[in-house]
Design a protein around this ligand. Structure first.
Ligand code: AMP
Ligand code: AMP
Length: 361
């Protein structure tokens, strides 16, 4: 259980007139900090010395806290400093990449915007699947062992490593052949093979819709869409087929950036309903459910079937494409709305209505 009671106690000590919005310096920090500033909050960023240049050149943080390692966020000294700033932490992908979700849940005695219990759901593939299936979404099939592989399958390994080491196979024989070759080249370990996740490969285009579940306005807002720019999968098409065959290139999905997208309007009804259903189920699995931003990772095939293969229960870096220019946020809010700002707006509205406790855990 989340230490909800503690968080409320901590909040009582806070000077509500002087709240800071704080985050780790990476991923979507500029998005979050800019949004916080725009809504009139103080800000703080916890970053590594080598990355401080970003927050100096884009001076959005009132306070830059330098750490050697992001796990230092769990140290009492840093936590006390953040509490003295009346800080609310906004979690993003670097939190789940560099900290254990269990530590975030149990050791981080700082109010977090969002539902910290759900961070655990997003870091477990099995839990994610249960959640998405309960919401009635269409998922790629999974194969419980390499021997069951039929048709094209994507081979995934544990942990957030940006699709590094993933490969495609179309039979059990190909799986073992490629897996052994990758171990030999030191790209994956034997342990990785035991923990492999095998999924039907959906041929289609990637679409990553972003949503904002507002507790204060009681609505799941459809906020924007992006697609990823991944190395080297997005580079392979530039090499002629003959050379591709000779090079036998390893397929990787290392995220380099994101590209903004709008979708066919006729896809919107389903995408909007999918977001609503995911929020509904989140209330059953981890009350009070999603608070704030989340994102679905989907592939849409030639029949316009939408397959969801992942969920992120917090802000995704794909929302960075919306800073200042998000089409769907514009349609709802007019100019200048984007995810980082929407988060700050929710905190501001919660504060005004004395409902801060409802958006923090
Ligand atoms: P980083 O702090 O850049 O290492 O990112 C933390 C986690 O978020 C890693 O798992 C990255 O793969 C992921 N990530 C970072 N930036 C992006 C991005 N622009 N789009 C999608 N995922 C990202
Ligand atoms: P992930 O680490 O699960 O986010 O996957 C990394 C990348 O692999 C995604 O951005 C997609 O391009 C691709 N991908 C993952 N799962 C599938 C799937 N089932 N079918 C097709 N492409 C996929």
């Amino acid at each position: 259980m989340t230490a909800k009671f503690d968080i409320e106690e901590i909040l009582e000590e806070y000077d509500k007139e002087k709240l800071s919005i704080a985050t780790i310096g990476s991923h979507s920090a500029l998005n979050i900090l800019r949004g916080a500033k725009e809504e009139g909050f103080r800000t703080a960023v916890i970053c590594k010395e080598k990355d401080a240049i970003v927050y100096e050149r884009f001076p959005l943080a009132d306070k830059i806290i330098i750490v050697n390692n992001f796990t230092e966020l769990l140290n009492e000294k840093i936590q006390a400093e953040l509490r003295s700033l009346n800080a609310i932490l906004v979690p993003h992908g670097s939190f789940t990449a560099y900290l254990k979700t269990e530590d975030i849940e149990k050791q981080l005695r700082i109010p977090i915007f969002g539902n910290r219990q759900l961070l655990q759901w997003e870091t477990s593939r099995e839990k994610q699947r249960t959640w998405l299936q309960k919401a009635g979404l269409k998922l790629p099939k999974t194969f419980s062992s390499p021997e069951e592989i039929q048709g094209l399958a994507i081979v995934k390994f544990p942990g957030a490593r940006g699709g590094k080491g993933y490969f495609l196979v179309d039979s059990p024989e190909k799986f073992w052949e490629k897996a052994r070759e990758m171990v030999r080249r030191g790209l994956i370990s034997e342990e990785d093979i035991r923990n492999v996740h095998l999924q039907e490969y959906i041929i289609g285009v990637n679409v990553y819709p972003h949503y904002f579940s507002s507790v204060i306005r009681n609505e799941t807002e459809f906020f924007g869409v992006d697609r990823r720019y991944e190395s080297n999968v997005d580079a392979i098409g530039k090499i002629p087929a003959g050379e591709q065959l000779r090079l036998d290139l390893p397929l990787t999905y290392t995220v380099v950036g994101n590209i903004p997208l709008t979708v066919r309007e006729s896809l919107l009804p389903e995408l909007i309903r999918m977001g609503d259903k995911v929020v509904e189920v989140s209330r059953e699995i981890a009350s009070p459910g999603i608070i704030g931003p989340f994102c679905l990772e989907t592939v849409i095939d030639a029949n316009l079937e939408i397959y969801t293969f992942e969920i992120s229960a917090r802000i995704v870096a794909g929302t960075n494409v919306g800073i200042g220019i998000s089409p769907y946020a514009y349609i709802k809010y007019g100019a200048g709305m984007y995810m980082g700002r929407r988060i700050a707006l929710e905190i501001k509205e919660a504060l005004k209505r004395n409902k801060l406790k409802e958006v923090l855990t």
